[in-house]
Design a protein around this ligand. Structure first.
Ligand code: FRU
Length: 484
């Protein structure tokens, strides 16, 4: 089928129910489908949205195009959870319904205000001659999960181009602030733009956030501010960033800076660090973080990238979300750990001793390993019998290096390289907490000092986990329950 513009933007009610059911069954039957991560019911998933705590539950939404593996008319699909692991699907929450979001309910955020969940997002509007206006919109969700009262708040001011989106709502000292990704009209460069309001209706621009002296490329998407320990962390996605500013391999990186404080009124981060990659793997983007009422900082990411195709496009579905991670800071670095409650979906524990670690019976498991020092070894995951088809992890505790290699199996984004690496301490043992969910891997190194996330597409029948040589290690293994 050819994805014409007309087709991509066809209103949802003009698609027939049989087509949708067929797409849903295709997505749920796929051997590459995730079973304990948020995944598409059908079609394409991208950014997490509205990650929040409301009415004594956690909420997250994702960007969805339900009719195929393309970026078409976007809506928000809602999930809620008591523990950030067991998510219940609530269904479509925001779909294009008025001029403000006629060509897509794009990304945004949410925050409990009074007894409702206040939602702020970007409505993508296009005129008949396809000129885009980005409207920043508010809406309110009640305890029954019904979203109503959509209202346009503001659009791009004249010094900002049509690239103006993804508002994050924050409250500080009784004032509301919205943080948006923007491109300036004059130089066509990426910025984080700050707005403020006292009543959530009348908004005024403060200006571009000063957090670096470097050129941030041509656009910044999905900026997020979160308080971690006693610091402020800005998480954002610069597009067109020069690699001399901060090195990265993915088409667009997801980066962060840590600052001592933030002065909202003067749009300034105090003593910001250099840019760092949030994830050292292949596919993390559009991460959203928020401070829960208990003071903890949590994040969740899109596992997928803009302008990249994936092998499951052939099955008409694409992408998923990461597991939720808890944030802290150690020695000026962001630490990202699995939430404690992920342990609740572990099945029976097995201890591992042999070189052949395991023949799994399902592709969804957690593998915790400590590799002793002075080892230079290769771990094959999702491997066939002779280890010729596998996801490869090279572990060198002599020189201090990990390399994740997805060159086997179906090809993904090969123009951006088939390996990702991360430095670890040389002459030290290393702890790896590895989560595999069919075609998704998340590797937490040394208790969250590094995370490498990626999709991989080896033969789904491959069930073997094995080192290629005798390795000095200890380990534990659990299959994981199915959530979806
Ligand atoms: C990032 C992004 C956002 C936008 C959304 C649309 O992946 O491009 O900037 O709001 O996706 O789906």
């Amino acid at each position: 089928m050819e994805w014409t513009r007309e087709k991509r933007y066809l209103p949802y009610n003009e698609w027939d129910a049989d087509t949708l059911m067929h797409l849903q069954s295709q997505a749920s039957r796929s051997n590459y489908q995730m079973r304990y991560h948020l995944r598409p019911i059908s079609g394409l998933v991208n950014d997490p949205n509205g990650f929040s705590y409301y009415n004594s539950e956690y909420h997250v939404f994702y960007q969805s195009y339900p009719f195929g593996a393309v970026h078409g008319l976007k809506s928000w699909v809602h999930f809620k959870s008591q523990d950030l692991v067991h998510w219940e699907r609530q269904g479509l929450a925001i779909e294009p319904s008025f001029k403000g979001d006629s060509h897509g309910a794009y990304s945004g955020s949410a925050k409990q205000i009074g007894d409702k969940l206040f939602i702020m997002y970007t409505g993508n509007h296009r005129s008949e001659d396809w000129i885009r206006t980005p409207y920043q919109i508010s809406a309110w969700m009640n305890k029954d999960g019904v979203v109503s009262d959509k209202e346009i708040l503001f659009k791009n001011p004249s010094h900002i181009t049509e690239h103006f989106r993804d508002p994050q709502i924050i409250e500080k000292d009784g004032t509301y602030y919205a943080i948006l990704g923007a491109q300036d009209e004059q130089n066509k460069k990426g910025h984080v733009d700050i707005w403020k309001s006292q009543n959530l209706k009348d908004w005024e621009e403060i200006g571009f956030l000063n957090f670096t002296d470097e050129d941030m490329g041509y656009m910044i998407e999905c900026p997020n501010l979160v308080q971690v320990d006693d610091k402020w962390v800005l998480i954002f996605c610069p597009q067109g960033l020069n690699k001399s500013v901060a090195n990265y391999q993915n088409i667009y990186p997801n980066m962060y800076v840590i600052a001592d404080d933030i002065d909202f009124e003067n749009a300034k981060m105090i003593n910001p660090s250099k840019l760092k990659n949030l994830d050292e793997g292949f596919d993390v983007y559009a991460t959203q973080a928020f401070n829960a009422p208990d003071g903890k900082a949590y994040e969740i990411s899109w596992v997928g990238l803009p302008d990249i195709t994936y092998p499951t496009d052939d099955e008409n579905w694409a992408n998923c979300l990461s597991q939720v991670k808890e944030l802290s800071i150690k020695d000026g670095k962001l630490i990202q750990k699995p939430v404690k409650s992920i342990e609740s979906i572990r099945k029976t524990e097995s201890k591992l001793t042999d070189k052949l670690i395991k023949n799994t019976t399902s592709g969804q498991y957690e593998l915790k390993l400590t590799i002793a020092k002075n080892q230079s070894t290769t771990l094959h995951l999702a491997a066939n019998k002779d280890l010729s088809d596998s996801l490869i992890l090279n572990i060198d505790t002599n020189d201090g290096k990990l390399v994740l290699d997805r060159s086997k199996g179906k090809k993904v984004a090969v123009d951006y390289g088939e390996t990702r690496s991360c430095e670890i301490d040389s002459n030290e043992s290393v702890d790896l907490d590895i989560f595999v969910d069919h075609s998704l891997i998340e590797i937490f190194v040394n208790d969250g000092e590094h995370v490498l996330t990626g999709r991989f597409f080896t033969n789904p029948e491959n069930q073997k986990i094995s080192f290629d040589k005798d390795t000095d290690f200890t380990g534990k293994f659990w299959e994981m329950e199915t959530i979806f």
